[in-house]
Design a protein around this ligand. Sequence first.
Ligand SMILES: *Cc1c(COP(=O)(O)O)cnc(C)c1O
Length: 354
Amino acid sequence: MIGLNTIQEARRRIASHVLLTPLVPSHTLSEIAGVPVSLKLEHHQKTGSFKLRGATNALLQLSEAERTRGVVTVSTGNHGRGLAHVARAIGSRATICMSRLVPENKVLEIRRLGGDIRIVGQSQDDALAEAERLADEHGLVMLSPFDNPEIVAGQGTVGLEVVDAMPDVATLIVPLSGGGLAAGVAAAVKGLRPNAKVIGVTMELGAAMKASLNAGHPVQVEEWPSLADSLGGGIGLRNTLTFPMCQSLLDDVVLLSESEIAAGIRHAYEQEREILEGAGAVGIGALLARKIPELKGPVALVLSGRNIDVELHRRVVNGENDPFKEPTNGKTESSDRARVKEHHSTRRRGGAMR
Ligand SMILES: *Cc1c(COP(=O)(O)O)cnc(C)c1O
């Protein structure tokens, strides 16, 4: 388990590399929930998500030799972005392995952030095999997006900032997938405020952590395309850290339907004037759907990311029923459709989108 001290050390370590994001009251959500609700604007973090915190904490602890050789991952999502960004900032290298199926826009984004890209094979399995080969042959450090103590400690710094800004916080609402964010935040907040409640929110479709908590051990679940693509992927059958931490620290896990996630994205845009990806909007969706019984205030709600395809965002805000549907403008394959396919075909290896 990761404790408060480790998270406080992580905060000092990463302070000059990440933004301290604001916690702002939401009048509309406070009215809807009947208790004061504030939003932790972590989607304004550099690279558009909190993943930068864990990635920075991990990279800063590499030995000189490891830093020179660099790190490797298969994530083409927010973890990959965070690693690429911080590797460049500290003079290390992040290699992101991906299959030929990954859409061009994601390749360009990671390249723009300075990542070394290896495109191999036709599936995420091929990409993972290449990453393992590079780790073995060239001594690159393989970094999980969540099941790693340095990653968890880095993500936990979000919780320290929340308690600083809201010392009487009663409930924290956090998006949940592999559990790096939820475990770190819960350890930080409960270390300082043992009576505070921490509630994880995820999607109904393929909720691996929820199924694992129910089973009492890590399990695999069938996975589906979701608006909350950053929450996709398993928790790893050999999960050693985030599963036990979520088991002992989370007070509840709430599941949302796709239309409840869409409502969260829409509310964020129309009422809060914030652009969120699906994973970033699940906390708002949970409040709107009144899924959290006996909610105690004040509430802090983490908005975890904003990296959504702009066309997909437009369709969700316009209230289209099936936001994954092709627009009828004769284009072949929209990037988010390709993205969802990639997601779907590769998910079981876990973490590709995170
Ligand atoms: C990765 C991610 C999550 C989930 O974090 P875990 O540590 O895997 O639980 C939530 N929101 C966004 C935007 C993410 O990128």
